[in-house]
Design a protein around this ligand. Structure first.
Ligand code: PEP
Ligand code: MG
Length: 323
């Protein structure tokens, strides 16, 4: 089977009725770039930069980060690279930084919340990213955005650092996109408003499911509630994609759901533009996408969203695919 998939490495990701999507890879650093390319990735849909911070004994300097981002952008040879700004906190801690004591760290001081408070840390990362932008096609996205204000505040800091660098005579790409993760239900519900400001969305289903179902994604005791196919989750995904498209923006997904065999038909039907997953899942996903009709999947998705349970959705999709 592996051999059979290899012919798809340089193929397009395109439905039987001609609708093209993008299949990208999730990476944690430069070491993962080769795998994405070897497996036919059309870009990087999520670069989790927290590993740069977690693998260090100090906050990585602007130059250290610049080298890392440059290497990834060059490694991808001009293909799109979506870099997520620091998503630390929750379960992800640093040896050299003390987080406040909180009852619920997953609902607390983390990700963009921390960055908007410690703008020194945030500005260093943004400067490194903007400097690296001339080495490829850079998209920057902010994690855990809950309000339009947060997005606009983060974007304003980005604009300030971009202007500073230009004033300093540093070369800066003029096609950097600035978007956000949609992984908090409030952002999904209000996606049409966020889309007025963000250049793109990337849906983080790992957290979106956790927060929608109020079920800790790490806890085996409530894992039965971790339901990607729950119609409530699917409706939030639909709202996000529709919100983006209403403003002419693109919507991707970088949570684990993007690589799931039975999610692909629904996501294609809902109009998802970009699917980002582990490198090893890309070719299989391409094979599935290339076997489906977008038009038919629109009907499948519409019906799936009217089911009552995740089990009903899954059974329905399996039945449709068997035909
Ligand atoms: C997500 O939340 O779906 C996601 C892609 O980010 P992470 O798994 O790093 O929280
Ligand atoms: Mg997340």
């Amino acid at each position: 089977e592996k051999e059979a998939l290899k012919v798809l490495v340089n193929a397009k990701s395109i439905s039987t009725d001609g609708h093209e999507v993008e299949l990208a890879g999730n990476i944690g650093g430069i070491k993962d770039v080769e795998g994405v390319l070897k497996n036919g990735g059309e870009g990087v849909g999520l670069f989790r930069t927290e590993f740069l911070y977690m693998d260090s004994d100090h906050f990585p300097t602007e130059d250290e980060q610049f080298e890392a981002y440059k290497a990834v952008l060059e490694g991808m040879g001009g293909k799109k690279v979506v870099v997520r700004t620091l998503d630390i906190g929750g379960d992800k801690k640093l040896k050299y930084f003390t987080f406040p004591e909180e009852m619920n760290p997953f609902l607390g001081y983390r990700a963009i919340r921390l960055c908007l408070d410690r703008t020194d840390i945030f500005r260093t990362q943004l400067r490194a990213l903007i400097r690296a932008s001339v080495y490829g096609k850079l998209c920057i996205m902010f994690p855990m955005i809950a309000t339009v204000q947060e997005f606009c505040d983060a974007k304003a800091i980005y604009e300030e650092e971009k202007a500073n660098l230009i004033k300093e005579g540093v070369a800066v790409a003029d096609n950097i996109e600035v978007g956000m993760m949609v992984e908090i239900p409030a952002a999904a519900v209000l996606a049409d408003q966020f889309a007025k400001y963000a250049d793109f969305f990337s849906i983080g289903t790992n957290d979106l499911i956790q927060y929608s179902m109020a079920a800790d994604r790490m806890s085996e005791h409530v894992s039965y509630l971790y339901q990607p196919y729950n119609p409530a989750v699917l409706r939030l995904v639909k709202m996000t994609i529709d919100g983006a498209h209403k403003e002419g923006k693109w919507a991707g997904m970088c949570g684990a759901m993007a690589g799931e065999e039975y999610a692909a038909p629904i996501l294609l039907g809902l109009g998802l533009d970009e699917f980002s997953m582990s490198a090893t899942q890309i070719l299989k996903a391409r094979k599935i996408i290339n076997s489906l009709s977008k038009k038919e999947m629109e009907e499948v998705a519409a019906e799936a969203l009217n089911k009552q349970t995740a089990d009903e959705v899954l059974a329905f999709v399996k039945e449709k695919l068997a035909k």
